[in-house]
Design a protein around this ligand. Structure first.
Ligand code: COA
Length: 260
C-alpha cells in the first residue's frame, strides 16, 4: 500500500500508523481520513497484526484537528456527508476487534482529540495538549466529541472542554481520565510497545471479545451488558486457547496461544 498522508509500518505483530502532514500539524483532510480507513481496514484483516499504534509525525502534533481549509468550503449537505464519512473511520478504529493505542505526541485538538478518543487507550507525551476548540470556529465537534468525551471524563468536564474550547495539558488529561498515562516524549512509542507486548501475550479471541463486551456493553443497560458478557464468556470457553490457557496455568508453564 502506498500513502501520501500517512505512514504505515508493520513490525511483527504491531502495526504503526503515523499521520504525516507535519507542515499542517497533521490536520485531517478527507484524503488523510480515507488513507486511515484503508490502513485500519488492512490491519483488521491481517491476522498477523495484533495491536496498532497511532501517532503523528514530528514533535509538535498528534493531530491539530480537521483541516480548517477544507472545512471552510462546506455547505449543509456536504458537511453532513463529510461528518458521516469521518465518523465511520473512527468507528472502524474503535470497533475492529484489535486494540489501537493512541500515542499523543503533541497537540490533539478537535478531530485529533476525537481520533484519540476512538482509540482503545491513550498514552500522552509530556508536551501533549488536548482540546475541542470547534466552537471558536463557529462549529461544533463532529467526529464524536460530544459523545465519546462525556463517556470518558463525565458530562461536567466534557461540557467545560467543549464549551470553553480550552486546551488542557497532558497532566490534566491524565487527572480526568482522558489519557491513561503521561510519559516523557522520547519514551512514548517505547511505552506503547510495552503495553502492546503485554496484550499480544494474551489470548487473541479473549482480547477481541473483551473489547466487544466493553464497547457494546457501554451502550446497553447493565442487565443487557451482563447478558452479552455471559454469552461471550461462553464462546471463550469453546476455544482451543481456553484449554491451553487453563492447562498451562495448571502445568506451571507459559501458554502458547493460537487464536483458535
Ligand atoms: N487545519 C489546517 N491547517 C492547520 C490546522 C488545522 N486544523 N492546524 C494548524 N494548521 C496549519 C497552520 O495553518 C500552519 O500552516 P501554514 O504554515 O501554512 O500557515 C501550520 O499548520 C502550523 O500551525 P501554526 O498555527 O503556525 O502553529 P502554532 O504553533 O502557532 O499554533 C495551534 C498551533 C495548534 C495552536 C494552531 O495551529 C491552531 O490553533 N490550530 C487549529 C486548531 C483547531 O482549531 N482545531 C480544530 C479544527 S475543527
Amino acid at each position: 500500500m502506498t500513502f501520501q498522508n500517512i505512514k504505515f509500518e508493520k513490525h511483527g505483530r504491531i502495526a504503526t500508523v503515523t499521520i504525516n502532514r507535519p507542515d499542517k500539524l497533521n490536520a485531517l483532510n478527507m484524503a488523510t481520513m480515507e488513507e486511515l480507513r484503508s490502513a485500519f481496514s488492512a490491519i483488521k484483516e491481517d491476522a498477523e497484526v495484533r495491536v496498532a499504534l497511532l501517532t503523528g509525525e514530528g514533535q509538535k502534533a498528534f493531530v491539530a484537528g480537521a483541516d480548517i481549509g477544507e472545512l471552510s468550503k462546506h455547505n449543509t449537505i456536504s458537511a453532513k456527508e463529510y461528518t458521516h464519512k469521518g465518523q465511520s473511520v473512527l468507528d472502524l478504529i474503535e470497533d475492529m476487534g484489535k486494540p489501537v493505542i493512541a500515542c499523543i505526541n503533541g497537540f490533539a485538538l478537535g478531530g485529533g482529540c476525537e481520533l484519540a478518543m476512538a482509540c482503545t487507550m491513550r498514552i500522552a507525551g509530556e508536551n501533549a495538549k488536548l482540546g475541542q476548540p470547534e466552537v471558536k470556529l463557529g462549529i461544533m465537534a463532529g467526529y464524536g466529541g460530544t459523545q465519546r468525551l462525556p463517556r470518558l471524563v463525565g458530562k461536567g468536564l466534557a461540557m467545560q472542554m467543549l464549551l470553553t474550547a480550552d486546551m488542557i495539558t497532558a497532566q490534566e488529561a491524565h487527572r480526568i481520565g482522558l489519557v491513561n498515562e503521561v510519559v516523557p516524549q522520547d519514551q512514548l512509542m517505547k511505552r506503547a510497545e510495552e503495553i502492546a507486548a503485554k496484550i499480544i501475550a494474551n489470548a487473541p479471541l479473549a482480547v477481541q471479545y473483551t473489547m466487544e463486551a466493553v464497547n457494546h456493553g457501554m451502550e446497553m443497560t447493565l442487565q443487557e451488558g451482563l447478558y452479552l458478557e455471559a454469552t461471550l464468556f461462553g464462546i471463550c470457553c469453546s476455544t482451543d486457547d481456553k484449554n491451553e490457557g487453563t492447562k498451562a496455568f495448571l502445568e506451571k508453564r507459559a501458554a502458547n496461544f493460537t487464536g483458535k
